[in-house]
Design a protein around this ligand. Structure first.
Ligand SMILES: Nc1ncnc2c1ncn2[C@@H]1O[C@H](COP(=O)(O)OP(=O)(O)O)[C@@H](O)[C@H]1O
Ligand SMILES: [Mg+2]
Length: 254
């Protein structure tokens, strides 16, 4: 059984075939990268997998259940979390608050009781806060807990988005261009962070343009072009695949 199995998934917008009959599966504790030129359908694929869009056809099996067409909230509660190409945070909230809110899917007594001071909820609240600090430490944000999220540099905001995805307790994490706008040092830091998440037992799918990053981090790579999967394989196989080189990698391969 695979954590995620996608079968002949299509999403059309009127006449536009954003993705067409895409099939693949993930394996536990691995990093799968989705690459392809702009407009290839990468984000649309993520939108279908996470319930932000209803697929036109096909099925998405997660933990042995067909989740295609379920709401984003339901899918999230089942254990899939994502980050966005354009960062989505509560910009006016602190770093810690952002993570606490993300944890609400896991909180039995609900978000509001968790942030009140009722003695009944004190213990649960303490555990939740400890967990939040744990997630923030994993991302190297533990010294930023009280900062206003929107005031932090872009790279830190990207990390906070990942902390929020983790905080939902998801086992499958989808990151849409996690290094976009990052400098080389931040990019290699992000690489270490994501590899660490794999060590911790998470299964990861990411969309990425930075080829050094993709080739360095991925267990497997899928290449999309015009909504169609044109190749799948190990980084070595993808680097040397003539179709991929022609469609996408061009002169960037070395
Ligand atoms: N909400 C939408 N409505 C109409 N067309 C869309 C929508 N979202 C994406 N598309 C189209 O689907 C195709 C794939 O887009 P996208 O998934 O964003 O590609 P990528 O993430 O690989 O750059 C593009 O032609 C894009 O214009
Ligand atoms: Mg995209």
């Amino acid at each position: 059984m695979y954590p995620l199995e996608v079968k002949a998934l299509s999403k059309h917008f009127g006449g536009i075939r954003a993705i067409e009959e895409i099939s693949f599966h993930t394996k536990d504790r691995t990093i799968l990268s989705i690459i392809g030129p702009n407009g290839a359908g990468k984000t649309t694929l993520f939108n279908c997998l996470t319930g932000f869009m209803k697929p036109t056809r096909g099925s998405i099996i997660f933990s042995e259940r067909d989740i295609s067409g379920l709401s984003a909230d339901k899918i999230n509660r089942m254990g899939i979390a994502r980050t966005f190409q354009n960062i989505r945070l509560f910009r006016d909230m602190t770093v810690l608050e952002n993570v606490l809110v993300a944890q609400h899917t896991k909180i039995r007594s609900g978000l509001f009781s968790a942030i009140t001071q009722l003695p009944l909820f004190k213990r649960e609240e303490r555990t939740i806060r400890e967990k939040a600090y744990e997630y923030l430490e994993l991302l190297g944000l533990e010294t930023h807990v009280d900062k206003v999220s929107g005031s932090m540099p872009y790279g830190e905001q990207r990390k906070l988005e990942i902390a929020r995805a983790l905080a939902t307790g998801a086992s499958l994490l989808l990151f849409d261009e996690p290094t976009a706008g990052m400098n080389p040092q931040e990019t290699s830091e992000m690489m270490r962070i994501i590899m660490n998440l794999r060590e911790l037992g998470k299964t990861i799918i990411l969309i990425e343009h930075d080829m050094r990053f993709v080739m360095g981090i991925s267990d497997r790579i899928i290449v999309l072009d015009h909504g169609v999967k044109i190749a799948e394989g190990s980084p070595e196989e993808i680097k040397t695949n003539p179709m991929v080189i022609e469609a996408y990698l061009g002169k960037e391969t070395h």
